[in-house]
Write a protein that binds this ligand. Sequence first.
Ligand code: NAD
Length: 256
Amino acid sequence: TLSGKTAVITGSNSGIGLGVAHELARAGADVVLNSFTDTDEDHKLAEDLGREHGVTARYIKADMSKPDACRALVEKAGACDILVNNAGIQHIAPIDEFPLEKWDAIIAINLSSAFHTTAAALPLMRKAGWGRIVNIASAHGLTASPYKAAYVAAKHGIVGLTKVTALETAREPITANAICPGYVLTPLVEAQIPDTMEKYGMDRDEVIEKVMLERQPSKEFATVEQMGGTAVFLCSDAAAQITGTTISVDGGWTAL
Ligand code: NAD
């Protein structure tokens, strides 16, 4: 059980982050939800999650594209036994047309934010004598696809950061690993469907079957609950010697 532990999950008012927060809370952890907005719904999400699982749940606004805000999130959380770096965005365009501001935003949110939160969390984990860092990378942290230059670069980068974090904490009761999901039907993936339809001249079903799930041999989307369950496993005693590695939850994508 994770009771008494505090988990900070970046980018967790939606999709995989919210799913991971639910599974960590189900396992007993107190959770801090985060995104860059600060709406009544954001706070209600935390309230409902806390009530559902009988844990303390808070929502803290912090924009993961800003280094100071990343560090402030961990400081405001006060404790950070489990850090899940999940915030991420996507943009699809060929390299020679890739908007500079999209490149910068993806590198900042999908990669640099994890460096900043990790830097702020490690002293807290060391003080607590225990820590788990779970970076949500992607099958695109291990393989590439066209038109996703910034995303693939950031996800390969976060796999590298995970390895360095593991080596720097290897003699301590702290682990750092990356989960590499295949396609999960979240708002991030929904948003890619129209662009991909246009790029390939296909309808929605064809994009799902022939483009998205083309490389996912199971021919099924993975789920946010499966990502959460994998995170809970990485926080368990059974995973204490698992560090500096990736766990693919991708229906066989990386076996192809
Ligand atoms: P999503 O769009 O549902 O969730 C992304 C989350 O990040 C949201 O909560 C959003 O508010 C937050 N976010 C975006 N910009 C932010 C910012 N500047 N500051 C703070 N929070 C911010 O998408 P998702 O599919 O759940 O993606 C979550 C993570 O999983 C991402 O890192 C993504 O790359 C990764 N991933 C997703 C898939 C998939 O198929 N859905 C596959 C592999 C990896």
